[in-house]
Design a protein around this ligand. Sequence first.
Ligand SMILES: [Zn+2]
Length: 498
Amino acid sequence: MSANNARLLFTLLASLLLAACAHVPVESVSTNDREAIAARMMADIEVLASDELGGRKPGTPGEEATIAFLEQRMGEAGLVSGTGDPGSYWRMPVDLVSTRALSGQLTLTQGLNSVTVPESDAIVFTPRRRALATSGPATGVPVVFVGKGDGLVLTDAMAGAVAVMLPDPSRDVARRAALFDQRATAVLTVVPDEAAIARLRRAGSRERVRLASEDKDTLSAYITDAAMAAFMGEARWARMKADADAEDFSPIEINLAITLEAAADRREFTSYNLVGKIAGSAPDAGAVLLLGHWDHLGECGPADAEDRICKGAADNASGIAAMLELAQRLKSGPPLARDIYVLATTAEESGLLGARAFAEAPPLALTQIVAAFNFDMVSVAPAGSALGFIGRGATPLDQIIIDHAARSGRTLGDEALAASFVQRQDGAALLNAGVPTVLLSSSYGTSEILQPFLSSRYHRPSDTPAALDLSGAVEDLLLHEGLIRIIADPARYQPPAG
Ligand SMILES: [Zn+2]
């Protein structure tokens, strides 16, 4: 071996040692320390998953108890207010509307012939407590047959009308929305059979929660093709359907009177996102956001079960516990340049509503957030498992994450499995708003690890603290700590321009 080569080897070894030293705080965390982290997380999980919190359902006494606990823990972690609102230290209100269908009735009238369609063949929904609409020749409210279209060709002629539309399953939701945007009074959708009505009835009998900002005054009815044919006459109905398939079809007013009545159990209430912050020394350089949803399903077991409370220990007491522990470690370690925001969202289980509300009215400009990390169901895998990377390919963070995982000795998990969860987590609401958001967790590394959890404990009363394995979560937490220290330092990470 020549001297030159020896020097090269020495340089190489020295740089490897330096690289290792740079990560000593995280990589050298001892087994004892890891167990201490797991114990602290478990203490939080046991409170969050206790019967006293009742399954952490938004709008219930369990919410107030959950929030009181989180406010206390955010203070203990050394966070300060992140709401940007002097009037509200931790809480950002999220106005919600809960509805559940109670009853509905559809009556068709033509001349002297009037039929109230039996429940097996029709259903009517409203998000209001009560709604009633009449239409037809004598009422000034036209009934317009739009076929498989959405009425948009009529410009403003749909305003006030009742639309009758044929099904086109992949587009029905969008077509109904387009018709209501044109201020249609009601939309009657023809469905293939009674089984479709039964499915709608089951779905409607379940509580549905939406953002008050997205609450629309709609009146939606459904009728079977057979009931429509029976009332209109087989031949005429067949002709109308054939016409609708023609290329030059345009919506036509039909000689039919429709009366719709519906009632719903409706409740308006305010829930809360909680936002804390670790103030950095260079807040103008942007911020890193940590988020996890605090809510769960409340009571969800079968009505006759002894224990009906869905405790959501993994989903998502574990993510909140990981986020709090991480925030505490970031706060108590070396000072950070960028701000760290810590967001506990509400109503994730109802469709990422809290995260969407945050994205609609954020306490800092979303463009300021250089990276966001979601924590959801993080307690499924043992240490040594592959790392699931949700949001891979969707942000400029891929390389820095992949490099850091490799330096930490982690292997990355099944890409397709992780990708299948992108839309099912709060990060999707932020990604859709342009915030680079990922979820890194060994829970989503392989289906061998995730599937047994999904099929036995997910969204069931059996998702309890006793069933958790926190060793993978601790390993993932330490990975986040190192990664966030890099990303929070403008000298080590700059988001791409523009
Ligand atoms: Zn869930």
